[in-house]
Write a protein that binds this ligand. Structure first.
Ligand code: ACO
Length: 322
C-alpha cells in the first residue's frame, strides 16, 4: 500500500434556502451587488435545532454508502470545523456517538475555511502509516449561528453544510501530495472574537460577530491560493495542462476565477458551487467534490486539485487521483 484514496463522498445541505431576494428584505443590499461581488445566489441555512454534528452525520452516511462501508469499518474520524457543537467534547466524538461507532480515535481540526484540507492531509498520514484502514473525514460548518444578520458586509457571504469522504489504503494512486501553510500575522483581518479563554469573550457575549476586512482578505487569498496550487503541481512535476479538475474553496467567484487563470485551467474544468452554497467554510471543498463526483464530471483516475484559504490565515492544497 502506497497511497490513501477516497473511496466515497457525501454531502448534506440543510433544507432551508435563503436567496439574495430574501436578504434584500433583511439588510440594505441587492441581488445584483451580491452576485457581481461574490457569485453567491442562494445559501442553505440550518434549522434552529440542528447542530453541526447533525449535518456531519447525514454527510457521513452518504459517504459510507458510496464507499460501501459500515460503522464497524470506521477506525478514524477527523472533522474540520470552526463551528463545533460544543467547546468539548470534540465534535468527532459527538458524531461517533450519533453514528454508533465506539473506540476509534475521533478529533477535530480547526483551520477555518481550510479545515477540511487540514483534516484530509492528517488522515492521509494516518492511512499511509498503516494506523487507519477506513477513515471518515468531514468538513462541516454552521456559520449562520455566529453571523450577525444585521451586518451586510458578512451575512450575505456564508452558508451551512457538511461534506464527507471515506479514505482507505490503496496500491493505485490516490492522494499524491498535500501542502499546508499558515501565517498568524493576519489574524486581525478575519476572526471571531468569542472563545473559551480570550478575554474579549467576556465582553463580546451575544454581540460577538465575524470581524472581516473583506478587501484585504481578498487580496491575500488570491495571491496565496495561486501559490499553494502551483506548489502542488511543481512538487510532483505535473504540468498545468495535465490537471483534469480544480475543486476550490467556494468563497468568492472572483477569487476562484483568478486561481483558475493562474493555473491556466478553463472554468469548464472548475467545480463551482458558490452560487448555490455560498461560502460554507470547511464544508465547501468536500461538498464541491461530492457535487462533481455525483453528477459524473469527476471520474475515477482523473487528476484533481483541491485548495482552500481561510482565517488565520491558513491555506492548503491536495493533489490526487480520484
Ligand atoms: N450590499 C451592498 N453593499 C455592500 C454590501 C452588501 N452586502 N457589503 C458591503 N457593501 C458596500 C460597502 O459598504 C462599500 O461601500 P462604500 O464604497 O460606500 O464604502 C462597498 O460595498 C464596497 O465594499 P468592499 O468591501 O470594498 O467590496 P469588495 O468588492 O471588496 O467585496 C467582499 C466585498 C465580497 C467581502 C470581498 O472583499 C471578498 O469576497 N473578500 C474575501 C473575503 C472572504 O471571502 N471571506 C470569507 C472567509 S476567507 C475566505 O474564505 C477566502
Amino acid at each position: 500500500m502506497k497511497y490513501s484514496r477516497i473511496a466515497g463522498t457525501g454531502r448534506y445541505l440543510p433544507e432551508r434556502v435563503l436567496t439574495n431576494a430574501d436578504l434584500e428584505k433583511m439588510v440594505e443590499t441587492s441581488d445584483e451587488w451580491i452576485r457581481t461581488r461574490t457569485g453567491v445566489e442562494r445559501r442553505h441555512i440550518a434549522a434552529e435545532e440542528q447542530s453541526t454534528s447533525d449535518l456531519c452525520v447525514e454527510a457521513a452516511q452518504q459517504a459510507m454508502d458510496a464507499a460501501a462501508v459500515g460503522i464497524d469499518d470506521i477506525d478514524l474520524i477527523i472533522v474540520g470545523t470552526t463551528t463545533p457543537d460544543l467547546i468539548f467534547p470534540n465534535i468527532g466524538t459527538l458524531i461517533q456517538q450519533k453514528l454508533g461507532i465506539h473506540g476509534c480515535p475521533a478529533f477535530s481540526v480547526e483551520a477555518a475555511c481550510t479545515g477540511f484540507i487540514y483534516a484530509l492531509s492528517t488522515a492521509d498520514k494516518f492511512v499511509r502509516a498503516g494506523e487507519a484502514k477506513c477513515a471518515l473525514v468531514i468538513g462541516a460548518e454552521i456559520l449562520s449561528k455566529i453571523v450577525d444578520w444585521s451586518d451586510r458586509t458578512t451575512c450575505v457571504l456564508f452558508g451551512d453544510g457538511a461534506g464527507a469522504v471515506i479514505l482507505k489504503p490503496s496500491d493505485e494512486a490516490g492522494i499524491i501530495s498535500t501542502h499546508l501553510g499558515a501565517d498568524g500575522q493576519y489574524k486581525d483581518l478575519l476572526y471571531y472574537p468569542y472563545g473559551a479563554s480570550h478575554q474579549l469573550h467576556k465582553t463580546a457575549g451575544d454581540d460577538a460577530k465575524i470581524i472581516m476586512k473583506g478587501n484585504e482578505v481578498f487580496k491575500v487569498a488570491v495571491k496565496t491560493l495561486g501559490g499553494v496550487a502551483e506548489e502542488a503541481l511543481k512538487a510532483n512535476n505535473i504540468g498545468k495542462d495535465e490537471l483534469d479538475w480544480l475543486v476550490p474553496h467556494q468563497a468568492n467567484l472572483r477569487i476562484i476565477q483568478a486561481t483558475a487563470k493562474r493555473l491556466n485551467i478553463s472554468m469548464d474544468n472548475v467545480i463551482l458551487t458558490v452560487q448555490d452554497h455560498g461560502n460554507t467554510s470547511a464544508a465547501s471543498v468536500p461538498m464541491a467534490l461530492d457535487v462533481g463526483v455525483r453528477d459524473g464530471r469527476i471520474k475515477r483516475g482523473q487528476l484533481v486539485l483541491m485548495e482552500a484559504f481561510g482565517g488565520g490565515f491558513t491555506w492548503g492544497s491536495v493533489l490526487m487521483r480520484y
